[in-house]
Design a protein around this ligand. Structure first.
Ligand code: PMT
Length: 405
């Protein structure tokens, strides 16, 4: 982030006050920030506060009020390493999507040569309106990165999806982007490759409100997706219900709920993938019947659920695997780890399997770290110490790359 030039666009939302924290994070990390604010934005936060934080005059009108100097949006477009619009209102997003350039912020966007990030901020009804959805899709299709609250936070209007993401989160997305940019410049060993990754848990519904699930957070799978994308791959991520959002623009996510849905999406996407990494914690059984209504407890002394097996996604892809494809599986074990992992490696026709054991502290579900051993089809084994999931992902991709034809 050091010496990076950030154009920070601020629009007329109650979340405009959070721009102050965002500026502080950018400035603290060594970036230069130039604020461009819409006329409505100034109703929520004063330019004086903003310029005190950035050390630069705030740009709002096409001409400076005091001396008539012309503010060049073209120069800003060339100066910036990134443009971040936070908060971005429905109105500004709509104008961006349709090329309406009726204020300084919008002309700056349209002249922007650097990557653009938007953090939408509005109430949930506006956010869910088909017009907003279509505008965000249009912007995404043009490469604009939308930084939004995750589905898992859809609890209420106050902390729902339309709410602006926290400044720390927005900063992290932009920081990671620059980090990836530098990383990509040096390491592109997956350029031109397509990688399918399954991640997160599956939820198998018992009735309208209950499901069988597990504690997978998606952290391990998303770390793999980010690393593959940073190394030049086009990533197809098939992800169960988690509250995380992938960040790299080369990650295309298919959100699923059940094992059956994950199976369907993974099978479709596997046909063109050079490699598949099956990191999801897929339920092995699903209720034979899902009740449409909530099952009532009244009048029942007990209850027995009839379960049927789910498709084994790894095994079914393993059976479809072509000589030019590579497959990596995971084994989450609690006992007799090496034996169980070796069995799965063979049964699922994998090139190698990543064993993690719940007996190792800091390994497995939800935590930010993992401790893994790789077991290869040719009998080799490699054990790694406890590391962050980001580093574990890098180790796994380092092991996969030499196996790709
Ligand atoms: O998401 P996190 O909180 O970061 O946690 C990471 C993790 C613990 C989920 C991850 O590291 C992990 O171990 N993933 C696999 C969990 C698992 O279900 O393991 P398993 O031993 O039951 O399955 C073996 C392999 O078959 C796995 O590659 C699994 O994705 C696959 N499988 C299993 C069942 C099924 N019906 N279909 C499958 O594809």
């Amino acid at each position: 982030m050091k010496n990076k030039h950030i154009v920070l666009g601020i629009t007329g939302s109650i979340a405009a006050y959070k721009a102050c924290s965002l500026i502080r994070l950018f400035v603290k990390a060594g970036a230069e920030v130039q604020v461009v604010i819409t006329p409505a934005g100034k109703e929520f936060i004063t330019p004086v506060t903003l310029s005190a934080l950035t050390g630069k005059p705030v740009v709002s009108e096409f001409f400076a009020a005091n001396d008539g100097t012309w503010h060049s949006h073209v120069d800003l477009g060339l100066w910036a390493d990134a443009m971040v619009i936070a908060p971005a209102t429905a109105s500004t997003l709509g104008k961006m999507a349709h090329g309406i350039a009726d204020n300084m912020l919008l002309t700056t966007y349209m002249s922007m040569k650097a990557p653009v990030f938007v953090a939408p901020a509005m109430d949930l009804d506006m956010y869910r309106h088909p017009a907003t959805t279509a505008n965000l899709d249009t912007l995404r299709s043009r490469g604009v990165q939308v930084i939004e609250a995750a589905d898992g936070e859809l609890a209420s209007h106050l902390c729902g999806k339309g709410r602006m993401q926290e400044p720390e989160y927005i900063f992290d997305v932009v920081d990671r982007f620059f980090h990836h940019q530098e990383h990509e410049a040096t390491l592109q060993d997956l350029a031109g490759k397509r990688v399918l990754i399954t991640a997160g848990p599956t939820h198998e519904h018992i009735d309208a409100v209950r499901y069988i699930g597990n504690c997978s957070s998606g952290k391990m799978g998303l770390a793999l997706a980010e690393d593959c994308a940073a190394r030049g791959a086009e990533v197809q991520l098939v992800c169960g219900p988690v509250s995380l959002q992938p960040k790299h623009p080369a990650i295309h996510t298919t959100w699923v709920t059940s094992a059956a849905e994950m199976h369907e999406a993974a099978t479709r996407l596997f046909a063109t993938a050079h490699a598949a990494i099956l990191c999801a914690a897929v339920a092995d059984f699903t209720p034979a019947h899902t009740a449409v209504q909530k099952i009532k407890r009244e009048g029942k002394a007990g209850m027995t659920l009839e379960l049927v097996p789910t498709p084994d996604i790894a095994a079914s892809l393993g059976a479809l695997k072509q000589p030019w494809q590579r497959m990596v599986g995971f084994a989450l074990e609690t006992d007799n780890e090496l034996q169980h992992a070796a069995d799965k490696l063979k049964r699922k026709n994998l090139d190698f399997i990543v064993l993690n054991s719940l007996r190792d502290e800091g390994a497995g579900f939800a935590c930010d770290t993992n401790k893994v051993t790789l077991l290869y089809a040719d009998g080799r084994q490699q054990a790694y110490p406890l590391k962050s999931k980001t580093e574990v992902a890098q180790d796994i991709i380092d092991a996969l790359c030499p196996l790709l034809p």
